[in-house]
Write a protein that binds this ligand. Structure first.
Ligand SMILES: Cc1ncc(COP(=O)(O)O)c(C=O)c1O
Length: 446
């Protein structure tokens, strides 16, 4: 590794200025908004965050999987500044503009298969998810929407209904729209008790069975799935799962919605994670997060006949496909395409370091993920696989004090997730993994 070491420095974390703003937060912000790292930021550059107390941090969270080519890439900033001098908002449905069309054109050109042609643009991932259900229902004229156990699809009512985790996301917010869950292939904790080496993909067979049952036959409009269950714990399904699911969807006339909000935009080393599995052909792809380079923009992209099914005027929104977000996305897509070749190198280094750590710390039950999306599932007892939620949180806190922002996730709150940018310099990545190892040491020693 040849590049220059990042200047990471921390004294008191959170420092006095951040602590002062923390009081303002308590006074004026709802307690329902959780904050994992109470350090108030001054500036972000590439893979580094600088707080108002003079501390600096390596960013291994990417603002929850958004900053795929780092913070403030100069091409994105230049495009945004140029657009700011023209117009900030006009609403595409009132007076359209070219950049909206160009983003849709780009999404069609880079789609995982040529059938995905038409798009609608929105602001958030949840909004794109909501609309994928509306579009699927308008097309199929069927009601039932399916999703997976361990999934996360957003916080608006339908997206929340499709989401799996009760606490903290769903509790007390019902009644939610009616949706149905099927098991996700969480091989480390196989819901059908199968052995991975002889896995018969019972989880896919059960979906087929369920849709053939009198309750659901002819009633299912869509199933939404993340290629890798992100919030659920970076759960990677067996390579044959999605190809099999695609066939089952075709058999039952069900719209398969591929939620690439977290896995897309190059993060796994391909533009869309489903491209790792030949033969997987989603009917609708939802994207968000990383496509905007930090600006809120999201999309549903689908087959022409599906996307044209809703009545004219049925889709849209005041801010959807905002002109600043559109130019940011166009610049960001170019950078993603140039940076994806780095992903396998970053993944190789992280995987090597995580395996070394696993041999030192029995707390690490499972290592999994793809590309710049790698995770560790922590267990207090490797045989019983008892979730180590307390230790997971403690390691995240220790890493923050040592100068690294790193997120946790998982249905059982026991997964550390690493979300580096695709352009993180070698030595910064090495420092990040050193910090992670030192944080493990600190927590394991007690
Ligand atoms: C897979 C997936 N879908 C949907 C969403 C919701 O996106 P947003 O927070 O932009 O509404 C997220 C956010 O984390 C996500 O990871």
């Amino acid at each position: 590794m040849a590049s220059k070491k990042a200047s990471v420095k921390t004294s008191e974390v959170p420092g006095p200025k951040s602590a002062e703003l923390g009081k303002l937060r308590e006074q004026y912000i709802s307690k329902a908004v959780g904050i994992s790292h109470p350090i108030y930021l001054e500036k972000a550059e590439g893979s580094l965050f600088y707080d108002i107390d003079g501390n600096s941090f390596i960013d291994m969270g990417s603002g929850i999987g958004v900053l795929n080519v780092g913070s403030r890439p100069k091409e994105v900033v230049a495009a945004v500044k140029k657009q700011a001098d023209k117009f900030l908002h006009v609403c595409f449905q009132v007076t359209p503009y070219e950049s909206y069309l160009r983003v849709a054109e780009k999404l069609a050109k880079i789609a995982p298969h040529p059938g995905l042609v038409k798009s609608v643009l929105y602001n958030s991932g949840a909004e794109a998810v909501e609309n994928s259900v509306k579009i699927s229902r308008a097309y199929t004229k069927k009601p039932a929407a399916f999703s997976f156990v361990h999934s996360f699809h957003g916080r608006t009512m339908m997206a929340l209904a499709l989401t799996s985790k009760e606490m903290p996301y769903k509790a007390n917010f019902g009644p939610l729209p009616e949706t149905y869950k099927v098991e996700f292939p969480y091989c480390y904790r196989c819901p059908y008790g199968e052995n991975c080496d002889s896995c018969g993909l019972a989880c896919a067979d059960k979906i087929d069975e369920q849709w053939s049952s009198p309750q659901f036959q002819g009633r299912v409009s869509s199933i939404i799935g993340e290629p890798i269950a992100g919030e659920g714990g970076f759960i990677v399904p067996p390579k044959d799962f999605y190809p099999k699911l695609t066939k089952i969807c075709k058999k039952h006339g069900v719209v398969y919605v591929d939620d690439e909000i977290q896995t897309g935009a190059g993060r796994t080393g391909k533009m869309w994670a489903v491209q790792h599995w030949p033969g997987v052909e989603p009917d609708i792809l939802v994207s968000g997060k990383g496509i905007g380079g930090g600006f809120p923009i999201s999309a549903t992209t689908g087959r022409v006949e599906i996307m044209d099914a809703p009545q004219t005027g049925g889709l849209g929104g005041t801010f959807g496909g905002n002109p600043v977000g559109c130019v940011a996305a166009l610049a960001q897509f170019d950078l993603i395409e140039k940076s994806m070749s780095n992903v396998s190198k970053i993944n190789g280094y992280i995987t090597k370091r995580l395996k070394e750590m696993q041999s030192r710390f029995p707390l690490i039950g499972d290592i999994r993920g793809m590309g710049c999306m790698m995770a560790l599932e922590l267990v207090t007892d490797p045989k019983a696989k008892t979730p180590a939620a307390k230790e997971t949180k403690a390691i995240r806190a220790a890493a923050m004090k040592r100068g690294m922002i790193m997120l946790t996730c998982g249905t059982y709150d026991n997964v550390i997730r690493l979300h580096p940018s695709m352009v993180m310099p070698d030595e910064t990545l090495e420092q990040a993994m050193d910090i992670l190892e030192a944080s493990f040491e600190e927590v394991v020693k007690g």
